[in-house]
Design a protein around this ligand. Structure first.
Ligand code: CTP
Ligand code: ZN
Length: 160
């Protein structure tokens, strides 16, 4: 496919956020955690399975007019650890950064060990995970040492 043809599939946006380098197949999960339903009054472009030099195939989400909060970017990192966030103003990329999996993940994911202190009704302890491995993503419960793997993390965050 020529560069021109590629550009026609993915037109540039004027103002907003482009989430690029999402692992192929995960764009819909990213929309889900951002709470995007398609009923918004701004344009949303979702491009799935496009060729990427770096990743083989990748997904891209373009959100016109929308900027992301830090907590949203952290959740995107847990879904798509290779993603790049591009802030667009007047057609230009004015800021570009890679998402970063937070070192400590608090209150976002439940420990899957039913005996963990974070799952005891009488002991209201906030779930806390540390990063055991980045690729593949594996988190480890600070309290009981239980591991949680990427598919389960995604399942919990998106509720699918
Ligand atoms: N983009 C866009 N609208 C703009 C500018 C950029 O939708 N007005 C998109 C591009 O299509 C691309 C992403 O934002 O998906 C990043 O743009 P750019 O930095 O120009 O592309 P690359 O150099 O290919 O980025 P990288 O080096 O991060 O792969
Ligand atoms: Zn635990």
């Amino acid at each position: 496919m020529s560069e021109e043809e590629k550009r026609l599939i993915v037109t540039k946006i004027k103002d907003g956020t482009v989430i690029d380098h999402i692992d192929a197949g995960r764009a819909l999960y990213v929309l889900k955690i951002l709470g995007i339903t398609g009923e918004e009054d701004f344009t949303i472009a979702v491009v799935m399975n496009v060729e990427s030099k770096r990743m083989g195939r990748k997904d891209i989400v373009k959100l016109e007019k929308m900027e992301l909060r830090k907590e949203q970017v952290d959740e995107i990192a847990l879904i798509a650890p290779n993603a790049t966030i591009n802030i667009i103003r007047n057609y230009r990329v004015v800021k570009k950064y890679k998402v970063d999996v937070p070192k400590v993940i608090e209150g976002l994911i439940n420990c899957i060990n039913p005996n963990c202190i974070t799952n005891q009704k009488r002991e209201p302890v906030r779930s806390t995970f540390l990063v055991k491995s980045l690729r593949p993503l594996i988190l480890i419960c600070k309290y009981c040492g239980e591991e949680i793997h990427h598919e389960d993390i995604i399942r919990q965050l998106t509720g699918v």
